[in-house]
Write a protein that binds this ligand. Structure first.
Ligand SMILES: Nc1ncnc2c1ncn2[C@@H]1O[C@H](COP(=O)(O)OP(=O)(O)OP(=O)(O)O)[C@@H](O)[C@H]1O
Ligand SMILES: [Mg+2]
Length: 379
């Protein structure tokens, strides 16, 4: 179940606090933002602190009322809906978790199912299932209170609570902010799996560009005032930043970040080819790949890169005067074998091949249209 979210020129200005000096300008958190999230899509919303990400998210479930503009859910203007009922249909993970302190973990997760009138049995089955999903078995964690959890565990309870009713729309505001990098990766992978299963439309707010490109089907980069600098698939944002602000936000290492997103394709592989005049015999060719690390066609380029880089580390010259067994030893294998799904070697890939593949992947994604706003328009 999923819904289409459309932001139509939404604006949010917070009124100025009265100050002794007289009138002060209001804070314009979001100036005028138009953006569509397609059903079942995960849109990652990124941008620097204070640029209006949380405000944007909260306008979707009307925790913040837009000053002007419209938010449509499946074409229905949310301003016409009852806000409380609207929110029950939208899973929401807030930046600081917001668990009810006097309720157990299980009761927190059961909040929305109860409000929706689910019976006890269906509720407790679901609570068990979603807690299991986030790695907090109900037997060990269900009866604890939020203050008896670590920050990261609390955050996972927040995610479980948002998932409890398979809502058609999920709003995630920095859902993994308080967890360590390793657990963060695991939770990201788990979340991606869960979301693929339930198919909700998701808006994920994060300041972490790696998280955005790993999880997002598309990435929307905002700058101050909720200005949409670019919205595009992750590779396109990395390969062709639409504006200087996007480039700044993506930062150094855009091409390294592209490696996990691009795949090893046949066109990048130097084929072993049939034996021909002047080319070694089949046995020599087979021997050429024996002992090389291997990757499968379609694997992320990062795997090929890691295999090449591992070779470099493992093959470091043991020291001056150490016997070199083969030409090229000490410089790593220099290539990885590429196999098809059945395990048959189709060729090899070297560092140049990885670069060529990266270029191909970058060329394959659309560049932002030149000029002002076309490149920023939502699709
Ligand atoms: N209730 C409020 N009253 C007045 N100003 C607010 C209010 N909430 C947010 N703002 C201001 O609106 C702007 C956008 O805030 P918002 O919380 O949307 O940013 P954000 O992109 O989520 O930032 P962060 O990454 O730090 O969470 C900021 O300048 C903030 O100070
Ligand atoms: Mg925020």
């Amino acid at each position: 179940m999923s819904a289409r979210i459309e932001l139509d020129a939404v604006r949010k200005a917070y009124p100025a606090r009265r100050s002794r000096g007289g009138a002060r300008a209001e804070t314009v958190a979001v100036e005028s933002l138009s953006l569509v999230v397609e059903p079942g899509e995960m849109l990652a919303l990124v941008g620097p602190s204070g640029c209006g990400k949380s405000t944007t998210l909260r306008m979707v479930n009307r925790l913040v009322e837009p000053s002007s503009g419209r938010v449509l859910l499946d074409g229905v203007d949310t301003a016409t809906l009852d806000p409380v009922r609207l929110r029950r249909g939208i899973g929401y993970v807030i930046q600081d978790v917001g668990l009810l302190p006097h309720r157990t973990v299980a009761a927190n997760v059961a909040t929305v199912p109860r409000l929706l009138g689910w019976d006890r049995r269906r509720t407790s089955e679901r609570v068990g299932a979603v807690l299991e999903l986030v790695g907090l078995p109900v037997g060990a964690y269900g009866r604890r209170f939020p203050h008896e959890l670590s920050g990261g565990e609390r955050q996972r309870v927040g995610v479980a609570r948002a998932l409890a009713t398979d809502p058609p729309v999920l709003l995630l505001d920095e859902p993994f902010g308080a967890v360590d990098p390793e657990l963060r990766r695991r939770l990201q992978a788990e979340l991606a799996g869960i979301l693929a299963e339930i198919g909700s439309t998701v808006v994920l707010v994060t300041h972490d560009i790696d998280e955005a490109v790993r999880l997002g089907d598309r990435v929307a980069v905002l700058s101050r005032g909720g200005r949409l600098e670019q919205v595009a698939e992750p590779l396109a944002v990395l390969a062709h930043p639409a504006t200087a602000r996007v480039r700044d936000f993506v930062g150094d290492g855009a091409s390294l970040r592209m490696l996990p997103l691009a795949r090893v394709e046949r066109a990048d592989v130097t084929s072993l080819g049939p034996a021909g005049p002047g080319i070694g015999a089949a046995d020599d060719r087979a021997e050429g790949v024996a002992g090389l690390p291997s990757v499968v066609l379609g694997a992320p380029l990062s795997e090929a890169f890691a295999a090449l880089a591992d070779g470099v580390g493992a093959g470091r010259p043991p020291g001056p005067g150490a016997p070199s067994t083969r030409a090229g030893a000490g410089a790593g294998p220099g290539r990885v074998a590429v196999t098809d799904a059945a395990g048959a070697v189709v060729g090899t890939l070297d560092a140049d091949g990885v670069l060529a593949a990266l270029r191909r992947a970058a060329d394959a994604v659309s560049r932002p249209a030149s000029g002002a706003n076309e490149g920023r328009a939502d699709r």
